[in-house]
Design a protein around this ligand. Sequence first.
Ligand code: PMT
Length: 396
Amino acid sequence: MEQKTVLIGVTGCIAAYKTCEIVRGLQKAGVRCKVVMTEHATQFVGPLTFRSLTHEPVAVGLFDNPSDPIHHISLAQEADLFLIAPCTANVLAKVANGIADDLLTTTALSTTAPLVIAPAMNVHMYENPATIYNMGKLEARGVRIIEAGSGYLACGDVGRGRLADVSDIVSVVLAELGIRRNLEGRQVMVTAGPTVEPIDPVRYLSNHSSGKMGYALARAAAVRGARVTLVSGPVSLPKPEGVRVVQVRTACEMLAAAEEAFAVADLGVFAAAVADMRPKQVAAHKLKKGESDSALSCIELVRNPDILATCAASKGRRVIVGFAAETDDVVAYAKGKLASKGADLIVANEVGEGKVFGADSNQAWLIDAHGAEQLPLMSKDRLADVILDRAVSLLP
Ligand code: PMT
């Protein structure tokens, strides 16, 4: 799934500090957050706080950004969703009536993205017929209002007006964006990248895996709420947000890390391209041409452990997704691996001639006990989602 951008409007209310938690909650689900504040909001939380959390510039005044003379339009266009949280009675009234007298309200009027509003205010303001009327007006226009909760309010009154729970606001926004959280409370282990098997201190055996497929799977699982351990061979990809990464080099190191993570996992996804063989002896010094030519021209190999099959041997109720990288007879070989390795699902791909390894897209087959389904060519991010949809349906 492509990364979504949520523009968060913060207004002048004591609950503005809770918006920091909303930002973190959305970021954990892989959402990019940008913040726009009213002048009054900056009295409660400084723009620097949101700039530090989002790593994005924070907009306040209509004319703050001299390089962008129509800032409200560019902000509005960037957003997949505009959330105003907390939203005061004043800003609620302005948005309901199309008043645009600062950057936040001008952006709200010019965006075509879905608008979600989480009001927070004093109980008497919340229950005032004017506010109730304005909320009704907004809902009639398709704006999603997240009702305020009840309890002790900062002003000392008791009643309705507290900003809704941060987790409820995050859930509503993710649902509006179409982001599923169906791996919440689950643990997922993913292997990714190549392994490298040393010959001597400067040479090794390896393959062309870039790690893109495995990293896309780890990222997508984290977005769905899973606690993810990514056991990664050497790759040059950034660490996915909210994922625990265990760096390994050899197949034996990958086996140890994968077994540990798989022991507590609900789902294991084996996307790594593990070297099937490794040199029997690793020379302590660089092998020299000439004097030890035989050592370089004839390297004795031994079989590496099969990480997937080893984990599958103690599978229990866990779900296992394996991959099959084939150059020919893709489906037939993959069906064989489904049975021989003890996987619930095999993602088969045809590799070679610049295909799949290192690419951003892949055309794969999903193979399970019921048969084979050929998928269209799609990005690895999209494929990760398709694989996880199937894996989730297999979880007990
Ligand atoms: O990393 P990318 O550039 O994005 O490329 C993605 C990919 C081609 C690496 C990926 O889509 C893929 O196909 N990964 C599996 C590659 C592979 O080693 O396939 P295999 O058919 O040899 O192995 C079958 C399965 O057993 C795989 O799940 C593999 O991780 C696992 N295996 C294999 C050998 C071994 N010793 N231990 C294993 O766990």
